[in-house]
Design a protein around this ligand. Structure first.
Ligand code: ATP
Ligand code: MG
Length: 394
């Protein structure tokens, strides 16, 4: 993650709300590093301290602070004055805009090992423009997939395959959970996928575009960053499903193998052309099912002479056969044919992860770590159905 200018900004607020208990507390916030700048807001790294003796439950759910090395688990009901909680990432976005963000609403209900967790939230007026900003205090991860892909690309490598498998599996697992609630993230891309290269953990972030999709209720199709936008969105489908996120997942997996985005369209329409260069011309039924009113270029001329399978093998010439097979099941025009999260998770590409002997070595370490990838909740087991038998360690 790009580490920009150091800053120290410390302030005390009378009402910082706990996500767990919804209770307000008087807290001091110390911001010391800018870690992200997006289209909608700023993300800073910070530590927080209770000024009125916060509740123990918060201490236990927080990691140790970078600013204080004291063990927070003091067994008492309150924290003392010099105990900082964190580090956290605080995302700050304007509270009222014409664009409806459901980020707080969604982050308050989701709880999953592969989704960034919200710890606190508060509103604050900015002294520079007098506007109210919403602040989301989240657990902080050291990197994201965009940074990792770039890091390896610079040294002409790819992310090691065992890491790729573990990351992709966790991404599929996050989608199984979100889609189980009908929530679509709608902005899947490498920079919105946080990772910790020391533990190979992955968590989806940036729920600024997320929405619970209701059957037969239209949603805007102009959503999702262009390179990762599903073909049905490109042609203006408004009754799309959570499968748009699976397309994004496929693009992210492809990017881990290629080191660069797979479909780099220079305009919204030419994005479809880039896709057609791999998948061939979209079938007429695709346009009809997605948006019968579509009048744009349909790219009906086949742009390559071989079969689609051969085309995949050409483009992913250095990638293993099981990875190519997975991508061929995800990168398909018809969202109904596109793999579901459970089908993704049950794919042979992840077989290695299910072996009792599987261990992963974090970057630069000779000590292997074990990953907890199959500790499914009852909710997840229910969503997996018969697939759960394939998703066990043997
Ligand atoms: N919890 C976190 N821990 C560490 N870094 C984070 C966290 N949340 C966000 N970031 C960093 O800040 C960046 C911007 O955050 P986010 O994507 O939520 O904001 P955004 O304004 O919606 O961005 P964009 O519009 O560019 O997608 C992320 O790409 C990531 O690098
Ligand atoms: Mg983002």
């Amino acid at each position: 993650m790009a580490q920009t200018a150091a800053l120290v900004n410390e302030y005390t607020l009378p009402q910082v709300f706990s996500n767990k208990t919804s209770a307000p507390s008087r807290m001091t916030i110390r911001e010391y590093k800018k870690i992200g700048e997006g289209a909608f807001g700023t993300v800073v790294e910070a530590v927080l301290r209770y000024e009125d003796g916060g509740v123990l439950s918060e201490q236990n759910s927080s990691s140790k602070s970078g600013a204080s090395n004291k063990n927070l688990n003091n067994g008492g009901a309150t924290t003392s004055k010099d105990e900082w909680l964190g580090p956290f990432a605080i995302k700050r976005v304007p509270a009222q805009t014409e664009y409806k963000s459901r980020e707080l609403e969604i982050l308050r209900v989701v709880q999953h090992p592969n989704i960034v967790s919200l710890r606190f939230f508060f509103d604050k007026k900015s002294s520079s423009d007098n506007k109210i900003y919403q602040n989301l205090v989240m657990e902080c991860l050291p990197s994201n997939l965009q940074t990792e892909i770039k890091f390896y690309r610079q040294s002409k490598y790819t992310i090691p395959y065992p890491h790729m498998k573990a990351y992709t599996f966790q991404l599929g697992r996050a989608m199984l959970y979100l889609h189980g609630f009908g929530i679509s993230h709608r902005d899947i891309k490498p920079s919105n996928i946080l990772v910790d290269p020391n533990t190979i953990r992955l968590k989806i972030c940036d729920f600024g575009s997320a929405k619970k999709l209701e059957p037969n209720q239209p949603s805007v199709s102009y959503i999702c960053s262009r390179y990762y936008r599903a073909p049905e969105l490109i042609v203006g489908c408004s009754l799309y499903t959570t499968k748009i996120d699976i397309w994004g997942l496929g693009c992210v997996v492809a990017e881990m193998f290629l080191g660069k985005p797979i479909f780099q369209g220079s305009s919204p329409e030419s994005q479809l052309k880039e896709i057609a260069k791999l998948l061939g011309p979209p079938p007429n039924t695709f346009f009809f099912k997605s948006n019968p009113q579509y009048r744009g270029n349909m790219y009906t001329t086949k742009l390559f002479s071989c079969t689609i399978e051969e085309r995949f093998r050409q483009i992913f010439s250095n990638s293993p056969a099981d990875a190519i097979d997975l991508l061929m099941k995800i990168l398909v025009y018809d969202p109904e044919q596109r793999a579901s999260p459970k089908r993704v998770m049950a794919h042979a590409f992840f077989d290695e992860l299910k072996s009792r002997e599987f261990k992963v070595y974090p970057r630069g370490s000779s000590t292997p770590i074990e990953l907890q990838l199959f500790n499914f909740s009852d909710f997840e087991l229910g969503l997996l159905g018969p697939y759960k038998d394939e998703l066990k360690i043997h």
